[in-house]
Design a protein around this ligand. Structure first.
Ligand code: SF4
Length: 237
């Protein structure tokens, strides 16, 4: 993603919204309608999310055979990410684990089940948000990603962010947080506040796998999730 100001990102979105509106109105005129009916959740919103999902599919086709780092040699499946094109929130973990590698989907093992529960606790469904990882291929034995792997894979995530244009990003765990924020600061210094990530609000919390190992972190995670939810609800009002 280009390092653009918030103003530029908003301008781009406005242009995209105009293009979608124009296409929709032309369809209506071609159908012979001279008036439009807009429900609260209008057709425009659905058209917008269709467009986002089409762009994500195209990106997937372009990068699914990526071999930019050595992890392509050991992966079973490339794990692109999953969720709704309408989502205002993007959750980003560090890398696929064993289950994710076998199924080609993010967060489907024990940690994934816990993530589902966390989402439910703040009244989100998994299919309403978007979930991805910094790395798209599993590091063997679930070792930590190496800096070179993060560097090679990050452009894929940045393109996903460019397409999804989330309002909030939630970094799950130290590695995702440090990779996105380009810092070596420990997790506890990064939690408890919103960071600015190219004009997008970014919040950091524990990785669900860490919560399984250290249940005493769950209280902190709950505080982070409440912050995220409050911000989300203000944004969508
Ligand atoms: S981890 Fe990322 S950069 Fe490396 S091969 Fe997989 S998709 Fe490509």
């Amino acid at each position: 993603m280009e390092k653009s100001s918030k103003g530029l990102i908003e301008y781009e979105k406005l242009l995209e919204a105009f293009a979608i509106t124009k296409k929709y109105l032309k369809q209506q005129i071609d159908l012979g309608f001279d008036q439009i009916y807009l429900s609260k959740k209008s057709e425009l919103e659905n058209n917008f999310s269709d467009l986002v999902e089409q762009k994500l599919k195209k990106l997937y086709q372009r990068i699914k055979n990526c071999n930019k780092c050595s992890l392509h040699k050991t992966r079973t499946n490339f794990v692109f990410g999953q969720g709704s094109g309408k989502s205002k929130v993007l959750f980003v973990g560090e890398a696929p684990g064993r289950e994710e590698d076998l199924r080609g989907e993010p967060f489907v093992g024990h940690a994934g089940k816990l993530l589902d529960k966390i989402l439910k606790a703040i009244d989100f469904k998994r299919e309403e948000v978007y979930i991805a990882n910094v790395l798209k291929c599993r590091p063997p034995g679930n070792r930590d990603p190496q800096p070179v792997e993060i560097k090679e894979c990050e452009p894929h995530l940045l393109q996903q962010i460019e397409i999804l244009k989330p309002k909030i990003i939630c970094a799950l765990g130290r590695i995702a947080a440090q990779a996105l924020l380009k810092t070596k600061a420990p997790l506890n210094q990064l939690r408890g506040k919103f960071h600015d990530y190219h004009g997008i609000k970014l919040i950091v919390t524990y990785h669900p796998a860490a919560l399984l190992r250290y249940p005493q972190y769950k209280k902190g995670c709950w505080e982070d999730m409440k912050m995220l939810k409050r911000e989300h609800d203000e944004i969508i009002q």
